[in-house]
Design a binder for this molecule. Sequence first.
Ligand code: PLP
Length: 360
Amino acid sequence: MDLEDGLLMMPGPVPVAPRVLRAMSKPMINHRGAEFSAMYDDCCEILADVFQTKNDIFILSGSGTAAMEAAVGCTTGKDDVVVTLENGKFGERFKKIALRYGKVNPLENEWGSSFDLGEVEKKLEEGAKAITLVHNETSAGIQNPAKEIGKLAKKHDVLFIMDGVTTLGGDDVKVDEWGVDIAVVGSQKCLAAPPGLSMASVSKRAFEAMDEKESLPYYLDLKAYKKSGDKSQTPYTPAVPLFFGLQEALHIVKEEGMDARIKRHATCAEAVRAAANAMGIEMFPQLNDEFSHYSNTVTAMKAPEGVTGNDIKKDMMARGITIAGGQDHLSGKIFRIGSMGNVQPKDIILTIQELEVVLR
Ligand code: PLP
């Protein structure tokens, strides 16, 4: 793939294919017309394969956080408790969102350290309406055990809301098999579309929870999305150029095939880890059980002695490669290399080659 000059190796936004950029420059169409509806249905059909679900899928004009808020805000209210699992910035974000709508019973781990499933279960035993999990905690490079959390959610009859923002489209995500009631993703990550759209799959059980609520958010009302979605439309004017881009990006996903795509992502992340290991760079995540893993889409590493993550990022940038530093209290302590979307092994080789020079 012939991408722009310079290499964007951050955990989103990711480089998009020229054909996706071209698709976005098409003339506008009537968003209530047949052409838009056909595009909407086409996108949802490919997304159903990515999400591995038979649940309804909706496409929101708004970044990943919009779908996170829609999920929590539509299903939980002021008398409800949400168990929020936090081991990074996006787990914390779910907690902050849930606090705007109701109560939380948070499990707050050190960022990057794996959850103890016994502790998760204890939280659920205290009573909850929903549990939130970030499948891949981008801020810390750790993949959390979605399947196991899904089992616990089922056992305790709570809604399972999962952020799959940096796994869906690049890793194996089994929404139906794991019992995920609402799964969300953003366009700018593994799907390799431009930023600005988010998608959510919603189960029947999640809709039942919405039916029980007195009021729902207005702009992020998933029942309104359902009503319009049944007519292959969105409730409000969608970001049409972004839909053009998304449709093209999803066709690239379909042409590659999810199995091959997942394998490519895993290979690329594994190559980053192997190179880091060979250079004596330590991984950031603390894996304390067999259920959590290093991320297959972003590798978070500790800054070696004597340099900061920000120095590494700056020096890499000077060599034409954009990587990410640490967020919030991890700023300076870690650096992250994204390997999601259209990333190819040759991009990893180039990145590692430059990293070696920078750290020499
Ligand atoms: N969740 C995860 C795991 C993310 O990585 C991000 C963005 O980096 C978000 C949520 C927020 O998405 P957005 O910035 O598209 O609102």
